[in-house]
Design a protein around this ligand. Structure first.
Ligand code: IPM
Ligand code: MG
Length: 360
């Protein structure tokens, strides 16, 4: 089959990790007789430098017209890169929010699991790490505080900032349905996270999730307050299968979940909408401090490309193959510097990409 892929290398280590993911995709294409047509566009700081905006209409249109988007990372250093002297809506991260909204990618999937070989990097107590964990955070991505009205102005002589948290029932229903569909393919357990003891949006969230649950009798559902969830993630992460939550809570909890895997360089993500088009990116950022040094871990991006094969192209066998190749290089003891441990073999970004491509 033939697929059109928009590549967005972005800033920092983005170009290096996207290059390695492309290497692996090309190997998949070779081996299974597919064809990937790539179009590269700019987003983030590099787009600001070239065009004055973090995402041009043309770049968004290219992404919209493709079958899937593979993104490296965007952003730089606040206080160092001049991009952060611009108004907030023109900074690198605004490009990311615009593409999510522009492609209507309302569902963000962030898997977090503990590789048994990397248990040593897990910061949790040994008895907790030994139990292992394997969860996916399903984060609402185009609503809530991120996209509500905001302003900063003087009210009665006092500078006052306002952000608005708004959800309607349809926004909640569609993300809940996504989470239940995913749960059906996993261990059929959802923990829906909210702050229903305080927020109206959370009380509506609970009501709609309970309604959707009626259509999935095989899935068990538990409501959990977000502060408790933050605690449970470090106390007993094995209890989580699918975590369903709104945009802001999902942003925070997904960083916490990635931290306890001890290897944020390994974690992929997918942002999906109603159709097949999706945006795939590593869970980590642009890491400008190590950019251009062939040091970054390309595995999160390679695993994101595997998610692209699975969710946008329905190429499950090929996706399995990429994931198995990653597991194999880890089992063989190859490590980039971020996951390096005693007795293992240190490799560069390029070498890691080569090793995985060879094993596909
Ligand atoms: C993420 C990031 C973004 C977000 C930032 C860069 C706007 O933290 O993808 O989690 O908050 O969604
Ligand atoms: Mg975040």
């Amino acid at each position: 089959m033939e697929y059109n892929v928009t590549l967005i290398p972005g800033d920092g280590i983005g170009p290096e990790i996207v290059r390695e993911a492309r290497k692996v995709l090309d190997k998949v294409a070779d081996k299974y007789g597919h064809k990937f047509n790539y179009k590269e566009v700019l987003m983030g700081g590099c787009s600001i430098d070239a065009y004055g905006v973090p995402l041009t209409d043309e770049a968004l249109a290219t992404a919209k017209a493709s079958d899937a988007v593979l993104l490296g990372a965007v952003g730089g250093r606040v206080g160092v890169d001049s991009w952060y002297n611009l108004p907030p809506n023109l900074r690198p991260e605004a490009g990311l929010l615009s593409i999510r909204k522009g492609l209507e990618l309302f569902a963000n999937l962030r898997p977090a699991y503990l590789y048994s070989e990397l248990k040593g990097a897990c910061p949790l107590k040994e008895e907790v790490a030994d139990k292992g964990f394997d969860m996916v955070i399903v984060r609402e991505l185009t609503g809530g505080l991120y996209f509500g009205e905001r302003s900063t102005k003087e009210v009665n002589g006092v500078v006052t900032a306002v952000d608005t948290l708004k959800y309607d029932e349809n926004e909640i229903r569609r993300i809940a349905i996504k989470a239940f569909e995913i749960a059906m393919k996993r261990n059929k357990h959802i923990i829906s996270v909210d702050k229903a003891n305080v927020l109206d949006t959370s009380r509506l969230w609970r009501k709609i999730v309970a309604e959707v649950a009626k259509d999935y009798p095989e899935v068990t559902v538990e409501d959990m307050l977000v502060d408790n969830c933050a605690m449970q993630l470090v106390k007993d992460p094995a209890q989580f299968d699918v975590v369903l939550t709104e945009n802001m809570f999902g942003d925070i909890l997904s960083d916490e979940a990635s931290m306890i895997t001890g290897s944020i360089g390994m974690l992929s993500s997918a942002s999906l909408g109603a159709g097949k088009l999706g945006l795939y990116e590593p869970s980590h950022g642009a890491a400008p401090d190590i950019a251009g040094q062939d040091k970054a871990n390309p595995i999160a991006t390679i695993l994101s490309a595997a998610m692209m094969l699975r969710y946008s192209f329905d190429l499950d066998k090929e996706a399995d193959m990429v994931e198995a190749a990653v597991k194999q290089v880890i089992a063989e003891g190859y490590r980039t510097v971020d996951i390096m441990a005693e007795g293992m073999k240190l490799v560069s970004t390029t070498e890691m990409g080569d090793l995985i491509a060879e094993r596909v």
